[in-house]
Design a protein around this ligand. Structure first.
Ligand SMILES: [Zn+2]
Length: 577
């Protein structure tokens, strides 16, 4: 499939940017200069200026997305790799600085308080926030931090094992955790674990340096610790570190017992006295992996049927993506691993990238990314300016859009991808995965709270804090004889290195997505209507209002988690039958 970007319909006309602008600094810097020098003498001037800047931002975001898409679709095409590298190395730093200058101009404007709050209020708060924590001396620290991330990637990217006659990445080796033969699972698990442990000291050093850099960054900006700094940096206006601690408590009280019940039932069904870490991903009844489809056309036609059962409008969006060839789904040589949805912000159309090979997870991934795409389409329909629809979209809500779609379409698997028995198997696995996701999010988040509020810790103290946190939320699997694997398990969670404090956002979004699912089971039509109206708000409204519009509670404390655990427990039992 050749991706023909130039053939995409341009339904939103430029008002400000020149038609013939090209993606080089000479051209772009002229636009920044004009925006920077333009006198702003009234609210109307400021409003026009913000909309013009949004047009520029959408253009820049789209150009980046196209280069990223191409480079991941064909990693073996050196032109694509070069184009993306040139962007990140040469252009991106200049764009950051130029955008920051505009931020300063905006904050200095006396008219900003007079713009309509429904459109500009929250965006204004975000801009103010960014300016308030900016310190020149942090720019270099952030650069050093990214360099450390690159080192982390180099080390973990080089981790391979030779298993069953083939060199495999740890990701590839993890597929063997699903095979019924226990010895094979154990072999793959042990090899991967030993390989990861071989680099434990290097990774420990990288992380210690990161923690120290981040602590300095926070102190430069006037904060006591990095945790408090990142809450401001991430525009978390609607929840605090204390709310996250309540989430940890709720998970401990409601989800951990459920997770252990699931493990107990698993051990019984598998006839094992003790579960080991390599026993957690296999079908407990000893059946082979689910096969929902053989080839990509089968995946597309199945997804098409599922979405058509939900709603005609969402269905039309899926058809549009298929018609415009915005779905790159098959796994091919030279294609990067993983899956994502990316927005082309100027034409306002979504792209989906993934590597489908016929697994149950592939169906979930496609529907997940479709949820993100529906977000893009609904914001497009609402004609939101870029600052209310683009890069500011909070994951606490954008993942509600995607996870809801992933979960509710499971209600209709029977007769589409599976027979009755396999549909239940798939939904059982999804429910179990969601319980385990809550416990893992709490583990990762609680650990980071400790790390950044104890910045002077030693590597040994950190290891102890990790084990205590791990034990607080873990399932029933035994690490006897595998203690080092448990002690250094955190090193394999790239979020800890690359995007600190991000992980909680999945946990919060999951409460919302399960709320949508719960509503959908009672009243599908109402649930979908609310889902669509919430998605069409983009990020112009605060998180509690987005959740409310979707018809779900903004509450991730112990009470809410207890109710959710109740529903998940019933689902796990229903699907296990
Ligand atoms: Zn997602």
């Amino acid at each position: 499939m050749v991706f023909d970007y130039s053939a995409l319909p341009r339904e939103f006309k430029r008002r400000y940017l020149p038609q013939d602008i090209t993606f080089v600094w000479d051209d772009i810097s002229r636009i920044f200069e004009e925006l920077n020098n333009r006198p702003l003498g009234s609210e109307a001037d400021l409003e026009r200026w913000l909309l013009d800047e949004a047009e520029l931002d959408a253009y820049l975001y789209e150009q980046r997305a196209v280069r990223y898409f191409n480079s991941t679709r064909q990693t073996d095409n050196p032109d694509y790799a070069k184009a993306y590298e040139e962007y990140t190395e040469l252009l991106e730093p200049k764009l950051k600085l130029a955008s920051f200058k505009l931020l300063g101009k905006y904050v200095a404007s006396p008219f900003r308080g007079r713009l309509p709050a429904q459109v500009y209020g929250l965006d204004g708060r975000r801009r103010q926030n960014a300016v308030s924590i900016f310190r020149k001396e942090n720019v270099d620290l952030e650069k050093d931090d990214s360099a450390l991330s690159q080192r982390y990637y180099r080390i973990t990217g080089a981790m391979t094992v030779s298993f069953r006659g083939q060199e495999r990445t740890l990701q590839q080796a993890s597929k063997f955790y699903e095979v019924p033969d226990r010895a094979v699972r154990e072999g793959a698990w042990r090899l991967s674990s030993e390989r990861a442990l071989a680099d434990r000291e290097a990774l420990d050093t990288i992380y210690s340096e990161m923690v120290s850099l981040r602590d300095r960054t926070a102190r430069n900006s006037g904060f006591d610790n990095y945790r408090d700094y990142i809450f401001v940096k991430k525009d978390r206006f609607d929840y605090s570190p204390a709310d996250c601690e309540e989430f940890h408590k709720g998970v401990e009280e409601a989800m951990v017992p459920l997770s252990r019940e699931i493990d107990r039932a698993r051990a019984e069904r598998m006839g094992l006295d003790v579960l080991k870490p390599w026993d957690l991903h296999v079908d407990p009844a000893g059946r082979g992996a689910l096969r929902p489809f053989d080839e990509v056309p089968g995946l597309v036609s199945g997804a098409r049927k599922l979405i058509a059962m939900l709603d005609t409008e969402l269905s039309s969006y899926f058809e549009r993506m298929a018609d415009l060839q915005l779905l790159d789904l098959d796994s091919r040589k030279g294609k990067a691993p993983g899956g994502y949805q990316e927005e082309l912000a100027e034409v306002r159309l979504p792209l989906i990238f993934m590597n489908a090979v016929g697994k149950d997870d592939d169906v979930r991934t496609l529907l997940h990314e479709c949820g993100h795409s529906f977000h893009t389409f609904l914001m497009r329909k609402a004609n939101l300016p870029y600052f209310n629809a683009g890069a500011n979209l909070p994951s606490e809500f954008s993942e509600v859009a995607s996870m809801s779609m992933e979960i509710i379409t499971g209600e209709h698997y029977e007769g589409v991808f599976y027979d009755k028995v396999d549909a239940k198997r798939s939904n059982w696995k999804e429910a179990v995965d969601n319980v385990k996701l809550f416990t893992w999010v709490a583990t990762i988040d609680a650990f980071q709270h400790w790390v950044y509020t104890h910045p002077a810790h030693t590597a040994d103290e950190r290891a102890n804090a990790w084990v205590a946190t791990f034990d607080r939320f873990c399932g029933l699997e035994s690490y006897e004889g595998l203690e080092s694997s448990r002690t250094y398990r955190w090193q394999r969670q790239l979020h800890l290195f690359e995007v600190p404090f991000y992980y909680i956002e999945y946990g919060i979004a999951l409460t919302g997505a399960l709320g949508v699912w719960s509503r959908y089971r009672k009243n599908p039509k109402d649930a979908i209507e609310a889902y669509k109206s919430a998605l069409s708000l983009g990020c112009a409204r605060p998180l509690p209002e987005l959740f409310e519009a979707a018809g779900v509670e903004w509450d991730f404390g112990p009470g809410a988690l207890n109710r959710i655990a109740g529903e998940l427990r019933s689902a796990v039992r229903e699907y296990a039958e």
